[in-house]
Design a protein around this ligand. Structure first.
Ligand SMILES: [Zn+2]
Length: 430
């Protein structure tokens, strides 16, 4: 009993310390006036005190002794962490700074808390807002090295241009499925991101409801190498990845490095006659949103779409129809509506004869079973979030051209995730 009380006391004391730490970080956030407008915020943030040349304490020397004895490494540093988003359960599989008890908390604050728990001597500044063309330069100017871990094209262009205009090296990495890539831009006369990608890709090609996912360990490996490159740049050793791209193939567990093309004299931002001298609206420039959320496409008119509520009503009334699920197989394996038939978007795009036949057979069969008075037989298309389904409706209109007068092809707005949110809470969200 006494042992139990002692254990609980100990636990309580630890929790109290944790509350104190959170209060301190939260006070810091409030000092920086998160309720104020972005300019005020950034202006105040630009006023963080300059880094002191301080010596390490005895404890710090002990802690970092194995690193300090490497002659190239020094002792000062400040970490700014920027993320506009909050921690979600689906982040935890790969974003290991966040823990279960931080779900719902600002990611910047959650990461700062974890780092401070690992080491209370690290100066961490969390920034909980979205980086944009109005605030990026002021923020980036305060730091020596910028690390891009973002997942969308507008942010990559924004961060690149802000780094070029502020003369900062950019350590950039990305991961998708079983592969990761890393490059250091705007460093030591090497190319910037725009030198390699002068124009953003068409918005449709990056707007996809099935973004492929990522194996949790892949961003972890790339993140570690990013941290290594930051240390090397900060200490003056120099990075190995200027004009080089590291590619990590998790399937083969292999790294390879490819040489990239050099800095381009014609580059719009770092070239000889730059046309980009100030930051621009990158969401407009790229035609897509600077978030990891799926951008909503508007390919179809209102008459070509139904809501999940309308579709539920059709089901309740037993209206004969065919439901076509166009997601990739792996996602259909996670969850699907039992009465749907499966025709992946990729097969529609290549007008795959086998799948077109399967679709036509299903429509003909269901139509035969249906009452004879149906003039236009309904076909509904569903995907994860309602973008691919619109593309599929467009494709089906081409593929089923001859039969279109007797068919009505529509998509279900918001897809299966809207179904899960609004109709069936037991349906999995992924
Ligand atoms: Zn460039």
């Amino acid at each position: 009993m006494e042992a139990e009380v002692a254990r609980l006391r100990d636990e309580l004391s630890k929790k109290e310390q944790e509350v104190e730490r959170l209060r301190a970080v939260s006070a810091h956030l409030q000092q920086n006036s998160y309720s104020g407008n972005m300019f005020a915020l950034v202006k105040q943030l630009t006023e963080v005190p300059p880094l002191e040349e301080k010596s390490l304490s005895k404890e710090e020397i002990m802690r970092y002794s194995r690193q300090l004895i490497i002659p190239e490494l020094g002792v000062k540093g400040r970490l700014g962490l920027l993320d506009y988003d909050d921690v979600e359960l689906s982040n935890l599989q790969r974003q290991v700074l966040h823990a279960e008890d931080k779900v719902g908390m600002s990611k910047a604050l959650s990461a700062a808390t974890t780092i401070n728990r690992l080491n209370s001597n690290v100066e961490c500044i969390p920034y909980h807002f979205q980086l944009n063309y109005k605030n990026a330069k002021q923020l980036i100017q305060q730091y020596d090295i910028v690390v891009d871990c973002s997942d969308n094209v507008p942010t990559r262009f924004l961060v690149n241009d802000a780094c070029v205009l502020s003369g900062k090296p950019l350590v950039s990495a990305s991961a998708l499925r079983m592969e990761g890539q890393l490059t250091v831009y705007n460093y030591n006369g090497g190319p910037c991101y725009r030198c390699l990608y002068p124009k953003p890709p068409p918005a449709e090609t990056v707007t996809n409801c099935s973004d492929g996912g990522v194996l949790g360990v892949v961003p972890g490996i790339l993140g570690c190498i990013q941290a290594l490159e930051v240390l090397k740049i900060a200490s003056g050793i120099g990075s190995s990845y200027s004009q080089q791209m590291l590619i990590f193939d998790a399937l083969e567990a292999r790294f390879r490095t490819i040489k990239l093309r050099p800095k381009q004299p014609t580059c719009a931002v770092c070239g000889e006659n730059p046309t980009v001298k100030e930051l621009i609206d990158y969401e407009r420039f790229c035609g897509s949103a600077a978030t990891d959320q799926c951008r909503t496409l508007h390919l179809l008119t209102g008459e070509q779409r139904v809501t999940v509520q309308e579709y539920k009503q059709l089901l309740d009334q037993d209206v004969p129809h065919v439901l076509v699920d166009v997601r990739p197989q792996v996602e259909v394996d996670i969850c699907h509506l039992p009465h749907s038939i499966y025709v992946p978007l990729a097969k529609l795009e290549e007008k795959n004869a086998e799948y077109v036949k399967l679709l036509q057979n299903n429509i003909n069969l269901s139509r035969k079973e249906a009452a004879a008075d149906i003039v236009t037989f309904p076909v509904y298309v569903i995907c994860k979030q309602g973008n691919d389904s619109q593309k599929a409706v467009k494709l089906l209109q081409e593929i089923l051209d001859n039969e279109l007068c007797s068919l009505s092809v529509k998509d279900i707005q918001g897809g299966l995730m809207a179904w899960a949110r609004k109709i069936d809470p037991t349906f999995p969200q992924y």
